[in-house]
Write a protein that binds this ligand. Structure first.
Ligand code: ARG
Length: 586
């Protein structure tokens, strides 16, 4: 039963839309500016009065200034059971206080009908999220970890909002490095056709060794360069070797995705290769492509350099592949929104590719309209020394090692807390994994993605402060309050009633009700940290409520247990959207 309800903000916006029309009929289509606020006069505010005043000032009008406009907007607000009272403040801000009864009933209805009734609505049916996208034969590094975590959360939030999401792994499986890899495979293994992961061992080492050969032996280099041509010409032996190398890499990537609980469908660079010629032909017929120093390029306004789409040796590149991918996603996959998650270093590449696609008429030139493409950039992961995150021997940090360490540290802490005796080995393992992986994900997601962040196990595994550990414990504690009450919570949902009389109950209730609009904002602006902030604040509101309102044994026990349950339900949905497995006992 998804998407039955509008969120609070949109409900209010609809009421204000009516009021604005009645107040100033001469100004058409004023968009209601409604925002949640934290002041003591209201829960939401409508900020249209000043803007409207500037439009009618000097003309024939009954109003004397913005406050009078605000007063009139308030008077003209239609009757509604969601509003308890209104007031006008300062230069015409209309403050709205929501009705406690309505708030309580809405929360109760969510408990009965399920959290999916609070799913946001987005004006998109199908989206591509292009994320993770590591390169074959190279190790997945922390940059790819960021892309994987951020991309997965964006995909989850969109899916929750009823958007069909195509989760695309645009792996780097094409390009000149394959000549070198294939030639090295032939050289190292006479039985190369039977070579599997175990024999090759570390693919990253294999890559390094082959690169060394390439750089030091001109003969090898020449063979490698020829191998690329033969591979791209479709010669069977070369295709086979290529497939084999990709397969070994793929298995390695999949193990990481499995550990992280991330779903992805691979459509690598090679997939779009056959589409490139026709796509370039279309762009050429639209007069976008021209010759420049032997290459084929697209000049774009606002950029000093052109976008190269055919290199001077006649080969295609990263940009031509991405243009073909946009074409394919729009025309074959019918996606309306294409979202690319990579480090900010690739921003210019995407700006240029998107601009070319706009000029071709593929994407809307209005950034608020569809079809559209968005680049979700993110900053670097730094080590304690505030430099790019490396191991002590200055190697790229391996993802698998990071996850292992997070888990083992959590397990140690749990054993120190006596859980080794209390729990089964399986419980111990699962909880350590949930907390450890959750901590790694949350530490990444809670920052504004554009900023660099410092990777620190000590910080992310702290059970105090804004960490997954703290939040998972908070959730487990709420679950234990409900368990220890001895009440059947399912029965309470339909028999009991929520009341929000205490100020801290009301504040918690209001925050719960804002879940949907926060997810909507996080989706629209592609900012997972907005959801993290919401989740952290939720646990803070809960703590205040729980310290000031006795739950078990009080006269309000039923209502308060239901509030506990609603909090736990919303927390769990947040965890789900962030790709974190909840913990129920601690
Ligand atoms: N493989 C690239 C990298 O590791 C990321 C690909 C991003 N997606 C795309 N459509 N270009 O940097």
């Amino acid at each position: 039963m998804a998407n039955e309800e509008e969120n609070v903000k949109r409900k209010l916006a609809k009421l204000f839309e009516v009021a604005l029309k009645v107040t100033v009929p001469s100004v058409a289509d004023v968009e209601p500016l409604v925002a949640a606020c934290t002041g003591k006069f209201g829960d939401y505010q409508c900020n249209n009065a000043m803007g409207l005043w500037s439009k009618i000032k000097g003309k024939e009008t009954e109003f004397k200034g913005p406050p009078a406009v605000g007063q009139a907007i308030m008077r003209n607000l239609p009757q509604s059971d969601i509003i308890e009272s209104c007031s006008v403040a300062g230069p015409g801000f209309v403050n709205v206080k929501l009705s406690r009864n309505w708030m309580a009933q809405s929360i109760q209805r969510m408990l009965i009908d399920g959290i999916d009734t609070w799913a946001p609505r987005l004006p998109v049916r199908r989206a591509v999220v292009d994320f993770s996208s590591p390169n074959i034969a190279k190790e997945m590094h922390v940059g790819h970890l960021r892309s994987t975590i951020i991309g997965d959360t964006i995909a989850r939030m969109l899916e929750f909002s009823c958007v069909e999401v195509l989760r695309r792994n645009h792996v780097g499986d094409w390009g000149t490095q394959f000549g070198m890899l294939i030639e090295f495979l032939f050289e190292k293994f006479s039985n190369w056709e039977d070579v599997n992961e175990a024999a090759i061992g570390d693919l990253q080492e294999f890559y390094k060794e082959s690169k060394k050969r390439f750089d030091s032996d001109p003969d090898f280099k020449e063979r490698a360069q020829k191998a690329v041509v033969r591979l791209q010409g479709g010669e069977q032996k070369y295709r086979k070797a290529w497939t084999q190398i990709c397969e070994i890499s793929r298995n390695e990537f999949n193990r990481v995705y499995q550990r992280l609980g991330v779903q992805l469908e691979e459509k690598g660079e090679s997939f779009y290769n056959p589409y490139i010629p026709a796509v370039l032909k279309e762009l050429t017929s639209k007069n976008l492509v021209e010759d420049s120093q032997g290459a084929r390029v697209i000049f774009l306004e606002g950029f000093n350099i052109p976008l190269i789409v055919v290199k001077s040796d006649g080969g295609y590149n990263y940009a031509s592949t991405d243009l073909a991918a946009i074409w394919y996603r729009l025309n074959e996959e019918k996606a309306e929104w294409m979202i690319y998650v990579t480090d900010v270093g690739q921003q210019q590449h995407f700006d240029m590719v998107f601009k070319a696609a706009k000029r071709a008429g593929w994407l809307s030139t209005d950034d608020n309209a569809y079809p559209k493409a968005s680049h979700v950039g993110f900053g670097l992961v730094l080590g304690d020394d505030k430099k790019r995150f490396r191991t002590r021997s200055s190697e790229v940090v391996r993802l698998a090692d990071l996850l292992d360490e997070a888990k083992s540290r959590c397990k140690t802490t749990l054993i120190e807390r006596g859980k080794g005796d209390e729990w089964t080995e399986e419980e111990l393992e699962q909880t350590a994994e949930a907390i450890g992986y959750g901590a790694v994900k949350y530490a990444d997601l809670k920052n504004n993605r554009l900023t660099n962040y410092t990777f620190s196990f000590d910080q992310m595994l702290n059970d105090k402060g804004n960490t997954a550990v703290y939040l998972l414990y908070a959730h487990a504690r709420i679950c234990s309050i409900i368990r220890k009450s001895g009440k059947d919570i399912e029965e309470l949902k339909s028999m009991g009633a929520i009341v929000l009389d205490h100020a801290d109950e009301r504040a918690l209730g209001l925050h719960l009700l804002q879940f949907s609009e926060v997810v909507e904002e996080a989706c629209t602006n592609l900012l997972p940290n907005v959801l993290c902030e919401y989740l952290y604040n939720l646990s803070e509101f809960f703590t205040t409520f729980y310290s000031n309102c006795q739950v078990v044994g009080s006269a309000e026990e039923t209502s308060r247990l239901l509030l506990c349950e609603a909090t736990a339900t919303v927390m769990r949905k947040c965890f789900y959207l962030l790709g974190i497995t909840p913990v129920y006992k601690i």
